[in-house]
Write a protein that binds this ligand. Structure first.
Ligand SMILES: C[S@@+](CC[C@H](N)C(=O)[O-])C[C@H]1O[C@@H](n2cnc3c(N)ncnc32)[C@H](O)[C@@H]1O
Length: 147
């Protein structure tokens, strides 16, 4: 069971880590809970997911892709499942920083190996990668990449 505090904790981490960022894409954002927390700390956030039942937050009800026009300062994902790799690739393609809290891999890798795969992907694209941990239960490690 994922920790219910994950959205608030991640939002606070992002505000501290990216004090100058304003527009954020929240990819695979589920029903928009991270969006709501990001708004509270001063971000303009747009969520991408296919969830129909959701909070009244700015939301693009579609699957995110590499071709999505880039009008953001930062791209993020909390437990973004099949979109995790995509977030890193999108950040690399559009030269934006990213921050993700990975959970399941898309290639059957166990968690630790998956984190290494993601780090390697970002570093190969020229991003500097930092790793931190949110004070919560479950998959709590954060990978953040910036140019
Ligand atoms: C484990 S849920 C996490 C949802 C939310 N971030 C949370 O922490 O509760 C993973 C979500 O990824 C979404 N997803 C997977 N691939 C996606 C893509 N390419 N674009 C948008 N959403 C995607 C699914 O629809 C699902 O809602």
């Amino acid at each position: 069971m994922a920790d219910k505090r994950r959205f608030e904790l991640f939002a606070r981490y992002l505000r501290e880590r990216f004090p100058d960022a304003r527009r954020v894409y929240d990819v695979a954002g589920g029903m928009g809970r991270l969006n709501a927390e990001l708004s509270k700390v001063g971000f303009d956030c747009l969520t991408y997911d296919v969830r129909v039942k959701r909070l009244p937050v700015p939301f693009n009800e579609r699957r995110f892709s590499l071709d999505e026009p880039c009008d953001c300062d930062l791209v993020v994902g909390m437990h973004p499942d099949g979109a995790t790799r995509l977030i890193v690739e999108y950040a690399a393609k559009h030269r934006r920083p990213f921050s993700i809290v990975p959970c399941c891999s898309d290639d059957g890798s166990p968690y630790k190996s998956w984190m290494k795969v993601l780090r390697g992907l970002a570093e190969a694209a020229g991003l500097r990668v930092e790793e931190s941990e949110l004070p919560m239960a479950g998959r709590a490690r954060v990978l953040t990449g910036s140019f």
